[in-house]
Write a new protein. Structure first.
Length: 195
């Protein structure tokens, strides 16, 4: 299945939601880590920055906890920078869990791919079929000294600072951000500026 390219950043609750979505869409996906976004000012600041730059899509579970997180984000970000995508109320239990959630509803991770795509379609998300003939890869990050190299940690920190990104960003999230925002050549020019 071809992944659908989405220009906006997609905000989800947790890592299993992110894993599920990254199999269906090509987008910059950020986790709120559940309710921790209520206290994490750096993460909220980063989400606000993404909203300003490209707009965000909020895709939380359809239970009361999901709506609390959605409302928290909606109160901190201008409404015209947010698109809400809602999953239907489907009762059941995620495969990895021993018991259903408190409200008995499936979350984003428990939804079938076609149900999630339908939810994006319903929200009239700006989608395009991915066409990046030369994406930035993990190997490029290695070659540029951003991962797996002796000074990788310091180099990555410098790049994150140069791009005004938070230092908590994982390498996979950085890769996603880079591929959505620049070419391989532009990245090389940031790291090794020509005189």
């Amino acid at each position: 299945m071809d992944k659908i390219k989405i220009n906006q950043a997609v905000i989800v609750e947790g890592k299993y939601d992110k894993i599920k979505l990254s199999n269906i869409i090509d987008a910059f996906i950020i986790e709120t880590n559940g309710f921790s976004v209520f206290k994490d000012k750096e993460k909220l600041g980063f989400i606000k920055k993404l909203a300003e730059e490209r707009g965000i899509i909020i895709l939380t579970d359809s239970d009361s906890a999901g709506f609390m997180i959605r409302n928290h984000l909606s109160s901190a970000i201008p409404k015209d920078r947010i698109t809400n995508v809602y999953i239907p109320d489907i009762y059941g239990k995620e495969k990895r869990k021993n018991a259903p959630s408190k409200e008995g509803k499936l979350g984003v991770e428990g939804m079938e791919a076609k149900t999630l795509l339908k939810a994006f379609e319903k929200a009239k998300i700006n989608c395009e079929i991915k066409n990046n003939p030369d994406p930035i890869t993990n190997y490029d990050l290695f070659e540029l000294g951003l991962s797996g190299a002796p000074n990788a940690k310091e180099n990555k920190k410098k790049l994150l600072k140069a791009l005004d990104l938070p230092e908590f960003l994982s390498t996979s999230s950085l890769l996603s951000y880079l591929n959505n925002n620049m070419t391989k050549t532009e990245l090389k020019n940031i790291i090794e500026p020509e005189d």
